[in-house]
Structures are given as C-alpha cells and as structure tokens.
Design a protein around this ligand. Structure first.
Ligand code: DAH
Length: 336
C-alpha cells in the first residue's frame, strides 16, 4: 500500500532549492501553516483509529523535522554562496589610480623662458637640427681649422659627396642667428629654442643632447647695457626678484666683447653658503658675423645670448644630475 508519508518524503527529497524563491516555495508547499502538505497530514490524525495515532504522529513529526532541516541547510548554503560571490570584490583594495600625463620639466622650463621673452618683445624662430658646417661654425666666425672649433665636440654626418663639407648635428642654437639674419633685415629681435648635440662623455653634468635658447637683437644703437637689462628681467622672472647675477669676461668667436653670466645660488641651509652657477653666454655680435650675412656693421649693432635649458631647470628644481631628464622614469616625471 502506498504510504502517503513516504511518497511525500520522496517528493520532498527530490525538490531542489537553488535560490531564495525556491526556498520560500518549498516552505509554503511542505511546511506552510494553511495549505502545507505536512500540516495537512497532522489534520488526518483525528480520522485514524486511536491505536495508530501515536505512531502516525511520530512519523509525521519526523518528516516535519526533516523538511525543516532540508530548508535550513539549503538556506545556509545559499547565504554562504552569496558571501563568496561578494568576496570577489575586495573592499580593502586601494582604488585604481587614474594616471595622468604631464608636461616634461624641460618643456615646462623652455615654455616659461619663451613666455617671459615674448613679454620682452622676442618672437620665436626654430632652425634645423642638422646644420651645414658653414652655419654652425664658419659664418659664426670660427675660422677653418681654428682650435675654437674644438670648444664643441661635434657629431659629423656623412657628406653628400666628396666635394662637400659633412653636415653636422648643430652643436648650439647660434646658427639660428645666421639663418634669421639671412632671411630678415634689422630690426631683429628673436629667440631660437631647440635641441643641440655634443659628442661628449656622458656624466651627471653633460649629456650628448641638450636644449638651448638663443637670443638675438639687432638694430641701430643696440648696447651692452640693454643686454644686461634684458638678462636681469629674464633672471628675475625665472628665479625671483632678489636674484644676483655676475657678468664674467669670456671668449666666443661670434661675439666681442663676450661674457658668461653666473647666478648666485644659496645653499639649502641659507646663511652665507652658496655658489656661482653659470647659466649663459652672451656678448655683442662680432662684425665678422654681420659681414657673413651682409648686415652692415657700421650701421647696426646687436647682442646675442645662448642659455642652457637643462641648467635652468636643474637650478629651479634642485636637480643635480642632467641624465634624469632623458631616462623617462615616471617616478621622476610624476613630480612636475
Ligand atoms: N653658442 C654658445 C655655446 O653653445 C653659447 C653662446 C655664447 C651663445 C655667447 C651666444 C653668445 O649667443 O653670445 O657654448
């Protein structure tokens, strides 16, 4: 005879509970106070002969306990699964950083220099990085085979033919002066920013490539006093109003007289400690240079300046090794 309790037990055991809706459906179907199958069995007790009632009641009770256990176990399992799923998101992890690019510190310094110069009336001109020997040396009054050419270790490129001079990677921005004066007539007031190259041993203070900004001002009656005034304006804007400059007599083939300019750099400790740091070369344009570009040296005078951008950036940011500008280490670049 089919046993109603056993049939129900089989049906119950075959019922899977995979989510909270199924758990609730199970509870209503088997244990629900109103229509539930197991409470309905209890109602049948009254119809049984008295001697069968205890045994029937004990078995229905056992079935009810089994149903409750099946439901509790399933619900506990569902909860565990839900927590395990949530554990895929680790709320203790630091947020993902949004990496943002920034302008290279050399570019920043270069742009600042040019911005200040624009305010002082200088336009900008960019010459080629591959130069003729003539623009880089000869027109700037470096005589052929003169030891002055050794001042700058040069990268020579292959010549186009045996009759021609090999081109050079420009060793300074001064050939920009020549190109500007070839293409324009005075008055000329221009800044030439750009990369320059030198075949030098690489160290903390020199690299095979670096940046310069050249200044050229040519007009009637240009004086060295004007040169000093412009350099003071530039230095104050770059380093602060209390900057101290020192002009030292020097030699460059393309200027006469020539000077090098140092800035007084206080030690971090302040007090009396500090040192002079060279920041640029300058001077009055040599008459031979005017001759090479057909500018009349009897009528015009001019001043020229060449400054190292790396040196300026190193001073401004307290950097003591030029090579860091070219390593592209994000930990360095990130600071600017
Ligand atoms: N061209 C020089 C150099 O690279 C720097 C320089 C010195 C430029 C004096 C000038 C100048 O215009 O007047 O070493």
């Amino acid at each position: 005879m089919p046993d109603e309790i056993e049939t129900l037990r089989e049906e119950m055991e075959a019922t899977s509970i995979e989510n909270e809706e199924e758990a609730e459906a199970f509870r209503i179907k088997f244990l629900g106070r109103n229509q539930g199958a197991i409470p309905a069995l209890f109602d049948q007790i009254e119809d049984l002969p008295p001697e069968e009632r205890p045994e029937f009641g004990r078995r229905v009770n056992a079935l009810k306990e089994q149903a409750q256990e099946q439901l509790d176990t399933a619900r506990a399992r569902l909860e565990r699964e839900q927590q395990a799923g949530a554990a895929d998101i680790d709320l203790t992890l630091p947020g993902r950083r949004d990496f943002q690019g920034s302008t290279h510190p050399l570019t920043q310094t270069m742009e600042q220099i040019l911005r200040i110069l624009r305010g002082l009336g200088f336009t900008t001109y960019e010459g080629p990085e591959i130069e003729t020997d003539w623009h880089n040396f000869t027109a700037l009054n470096f005589p052929p085979d003169h030891p002055a050419r050794d001042m700058q270790d040069t990268f020579f490129l292959d010549a186009a033919s045996e009759d021609e001079e090999p081109p050079v990677l420009r060793t300074h921005t001064s050939p920009g002066q020549i190109r500007i004066m070839q293409e324009n007539t005075p008055p000329i007031r221009v800044a030439v920013p750009g990369r320059v190259y030198r075949n030098e041993a690489i160290s903390y203070k020199s690299f095979c490539l670096f940046h310069q900004v050249e200044l050229l001002y040519v007009d009637e009656g240009v004086t060295m006093a004007q040169l000093k005034q412009v350099l003071y304006s530039l230095a104050r804007a770059l380093f602060g109003d209390d900057v101290t400059l020192r002009f030292r007599p020097s030699y460059f083939p393309f200027t006469e007289p020539s000077a090098e300019v140092d800035v007084w750099w206080e030690d971090d400790e302040g007090e009396d400690g500090g040192q002079w740091m060279e920041i640029l070369g300058c001077g009055m344009v040599h008459p031979n240079v005017f001759d090479s570009v057909d500018v009349d040296p009897e009528r015009y005078t001019g001043y020229a300046v060449g400054m190292g951008v790396e040196r300026m950036a190193m001073l401004r940011h307290g950097i003591d090794d030029i090579r860091v500008f070219y390593e592209n280490d994000v930990r360095f670049l990130d600071q600017f």
